[in-house]
Design a protein around this ligand. Structure first.
Ligand SMILES: NC(=O)c1ccc[n+]([C@@H]2O[C@H](COP(=O)([O-])OP(=O)(O)OC[C@H]3O[C@@H](n4cnc5c(N)ncnc54)[C@H](OP(=O)(O)O)[C@@H]3O)[C@@H](O)[C@H]2O)c1
Length: 261
């Protein structure tokens, strides 16, 4: 079904993992895509594949998104090419596994810049434009880690709690202005995430891990349906739901045990 024919979708973090799946699923629906991440090589290869398979336009932008001002800079680059973004997939992000104190503070601040500040900037710049043009769609990638305090991912899970609450609040604010905002909160998924964060998968993670394409598909379906928030996978959904029944000190102790073993 080519229901996005002629639309432009901007996918951040499109060099691997979910970003590749988001871009592929959107191109399959006829959308032209802007791919953004740091090294251009994997995105150039994906661009060739998407153009050939789906006859869509693909623009590759090599950018370090963990840079203040990157939202305006990217918007200016796309304006110069007369590309107006109809869908923003705010997906780029990474985690840092391990105790907070031994981590270099600069790494934590860099993660916060990418996962929160730059995501907020991109959302601000592109949603303003969408409102001006009469509508649009924004998907924010949070995590089930954002539903409770997660020792050993302390700062990361806090960045995802920000994304979750920011996105759900924006869903209400922007809906009357014609812009749909949806938050997708995946559980452990097969991508480069764990390797980048420095964690060897635990037994629990290996047991519950989902492949990335179905997770991306569920996120895009929720966006299409105009939902505020979605947790892909019944086990992940049950985990976040049942958390509500537990006192917060139990939630964080359980999360700590699951990350340690
Ligand atoms: N996989 C999971 O278990 C899981 C669970 C919950 C949530 N998530 C979230 O899913 C999102 C996507 O991650 P993933 O799982 O697909 O992991 P991934 O395979 O490591 O992909 C991360 C993407 O983010 C990009 N990125 C990282 N730093 C960047 C920077 N400074 N500038 C531009 N792009 C940058 C990476 O590109 P380059 O490094 O090539 O620039 C890559 O394309 C993240 O927000 C993550 O927090 C993942």
């Amino acid at each position: 079904m080519r229901d996005l024919e002629g639309k432009w979708a901007l996918v951040t973090g499109a060099s691997s993992g979910f970003g590749v799946d988001f871009a592929s699923l959107l191109a399959e629906r006829g959308a032209n895509v802007v791919l953004v991440a740091r090294p251009v090589e994997p995105m150039l290869a994906l661009a060739v594949q998407l153009r050939q398979a789906h006859s869509v336009k693909v623009q590759v932008e090599g950018l370090d998104l963990a840079t203040p001002g990157v939202g305006a800079a990217l918007k200016a680059r796309l304006d110069a090419q007369q590309i107006a973004v109809d869908m923003l997939i705010n997906n780029a992000g990474f985690g840092l596994f391990g105790a907070f104190l031994p981590q270099p503070l600069a790494d934590t601040l860099n993660m916060m810049q990418l996962n929160m500040q730059s995501l907020t900037e991109l959302t601000h710049v592109f949603s303003q434009d969408m409102v001006r043009r009469g509508g649009g769609q924004i998907l924010l990638v949070a995590s089930i880690g954002g539903y409770q305090a997660s020792p050993l991912y302390a700062a990361y899970s806090a960045t995802k709690a920000y994304v979750l609450l920011f996105g759900e609040a924006l869903h209400e604010e922007l809906k009357p202005l014609g812009v749909t905002v949806t938050v997708v909160s995946p559980g452990v998924t097969v991508t480069s995430f764990l390797a980048v964060s420095g964690q060897k998968p635990t037994l629990y993670q290996r047991l519950v891990m989902m492949p990335s394409r179905p997770v991306a598909k569920i996120g895009l379906a929720a966006l299409k349906a105009g939902r505020a928030s979605i947790v892909p996978g019944w086990l992940n959904a049950a985990t976040t739901w049942s958390n509500r029944l537990l006192p917060r000190f139990v939630q964080r102790k359980v999360a700590y045990q699951l990350m340690k073993n």
